[in-house]
Design a protein around this ligand. Structure first.
Ligand code: NAP
Ligand code: G3P
Length: 484
């Protein structure tokens, strides 16, 4: 227990059940993307402190593995309740720290509590299997295999800035219910929100050392964590570049990587254009497009393109632009670097002949929602992940051309197909190189019990509640050799 705040705005890291100041004496300032002021500091911990956290995790995991599912559940139910009781406080910090509207920040906390409770229920209903030797030719009927799932040990959970609470708990809850201990490394821009989530977990009286919060820049402690011999599984959500680096660094450790995306919205000639426009703009611009599942390009049949572009423009004009405190959808981006990158993509597209339908206006980190028409494959915005409020429109002559362009992307997270013809929808969906295909709906991760998969540059492995629990366990076979 004990306090985790040194003074009004400096947060401790959490190791072996204690809130600690780093012996490095170094802290990292956390700047609010829209207040443009320091809202707090987190510890820049040392490699030795990483070692200690991993050591205490291993000790705690040995005990936790003996806990029954019901015992584990009791802590996690308390955690979910604690999060809900602190919803306002945590949501306020999410808003200040990552610039998400207060409404979206609150729903992130509620979604997380629901996720934790569903994870508990799912784990309570996951059973192993038994197999009889006699079903294989020559196999003995006296041989019975009991196939159970056992924890992997210590899970390294690394989360991105855009869901500092939900995408962290989406790793920690399954890891704990599966019997593992956790080393949690939050995104630095999101570390205070992550700390507040762990405060709620600390309140449950969870055994010391079972969950450890390690703060510090990924560029400083990231490789050390990933290559650490004490790590038995890595669940990472973040950018593709970081993910690929991590995959190269991590040797012989099970990995689940949820990475970037360039999700297409394919609009067929027979689509309900009004509905498609609504879904596309909601999918592309919620939280300023800072979602891996955001629709990041429109591939529209040229025969209906003009009409669709008109409808998209109307939808964009309805978007609220401004401060997250006013509940706006288009809010300042996470940092200046991200806003600069969007401007570079827009300039490159305009330089190659694209046309601005609306937008291309900037105030510091705030980029107004931008629609670019007549985008072609020679423009970077056709391929790169902007992670911001710019949507390229690519006109195609056929569904086949749309499929070809969609699959030429290095990414493969999700895709949306808009058509009234369900047979055509499935025909196109079957050809899509993507983890999930949404028919007549926007691209999105939820509901959270659905498998969530990134292929190609979008990831390795599967998330989604049951799949996440499975990914943090391995089968263990115990063979009973009965005598005659
Ligand atoms: P990021 O820059 O890749 O950072 C993600 C996490 O990795 C952060 O905690 C970061 O720490 C850490 N990290 C950085 N360098 C590391 C290293 N060498 N070893 C280990 N960890 C390291 O991504 P982001 O900017 O936070 O998030 C945006 C990206 O994530 C986008 O590309 C988006 O598409 C993707 N994303 C994907 C999903 C999905 O489910 N597929 C969900 C959300 C976001 P620091 O913050 O300290 O650098
Ligand atoms: O980028 C976060 C990702 O996991 C998307 O979640 O629910 O916004 O589609 P969602």
């Amino acid at each position: 227990m004990g306090t985790n705040v040194l003074n009004l705005s400096s947060y401790k890291f959490y190791s072996n059940g204690e809130w600690k100041e780093s012996l490095s004496g170094e802290t990292i300032n956390i700047m609010s993307p829209y207040l443009s002021e320091v809202i707090g500091k987190v510890q820049a911990i040392t490699k030795e402190e990483v070692d200690e956290a991993i050591y205490s995790a291993h000790e705690a995991q040995k005990l936790w593995a003996e806990f029954s599912l019901q015992q584990r559940a009791s802590y996690l139910y308390k955690w979910a309740d604690e999060l809900v009781s602190r919803q306002e406080e945590i949501a306020e910090m999410i808003m200040k720290e990552v610039g998400k509207s207060f409404k979206d920040a609150k729903s992130e906390v509620t979604r997380t509590a629901d996720f934790i409770r569903y994870t508990i229920e799912e784990a309570l209903h996951m059973h192993g299997e038994s197999m009889r030797g006699e079903s294989f030719p020559g196999g003995s009927k006296n041989k019975i295999a009991i196939v159970d799932r056992v924890p992997l040990g210590v899970v390294l959970a690394i989360s991105p800035f855009n869901y500092p609470v939900n995408l962290a708990a989406a790793k920690i809850a399954p890891a704990l219910m599966a019997g593992n201990a956790v080393i949690f490394k939050p995104a630095t821009q999101g570390a205070i929100s992550g700390t507040k989530m762990i405060e709620a977990l600390d309140e449950t009286g969870l055994p010391n050392g079972l969950v450890n919060l390690v703060t510090g820049k990924g560029s400083v402690i990231g490789d050390y964590l990933v290559e650490h011999k004490g790590i038995n599984m890595i669940s990472f959500t973040g950018g593709t570049q970081t993910g690929v680096r991590l995959a190269k660094k991590s040797a012989m450790v099970p990995l689940v990587l949820e990475l970037g995306g360039k999700d297409p919205g394919i609009v067929c000639e027979d689509a309900d254009l009004k509905e498609a426009a609504k879904q596309i703009i909601s999918g592309a611009f919620s939280y300023s497009g800072q979602r891996c599942t955001a629709i990041k390009r429109v591939l529209v049949n040229e025969n209906v393109a003009d009409e669709l572009v008109g409808l998209l423009k109307e939808e964009v004009e309805r978007l609220t632009v401004g401060s997250p405190e006013d509940g706006c959808t288009i809010v300042p981006l996470i940092d200046k670097k991200s806003a600069d990158f969007i401007q570079i993509l827009i300039a490159d597209a305009l330089g190659h002949g694209a046309e601005v339908v609306i937008g291309n206006k900037r105030e510091r980190n705030l980029i107004h929602p931008t629609l670019l028409d007549y985008v072609t494959g020679e423009m970077r915005v056709a391929w790169e992940e902007p992670f911001g409020p710019v949507l390229p429109i690519i006109r195609v002559s056929s569904d086949e051309e749309a499929i070809k362009l969609a699959n030429e992307s290095e990414y493969g997270l999700q895709a949306s197909i808009f058509t009234k013809d369900v047979n055509k929808a499935f025909a196109i969906a079957n050809k899509m190189e993507a983890g999930s295909v949404q028919i007549n709906g926007r691209t999105e991760r939820g509901p959270d019990h659905f498998p969530f998969i990134g292929i190609k540059g979008s990831g390795i492995g599967v998330q989604g509640i049951r799949k996440s629990i499975e990914s943090m366990t391995r089968e263990k076979v115990t063979v009973l050799n009965l005598t005659e």
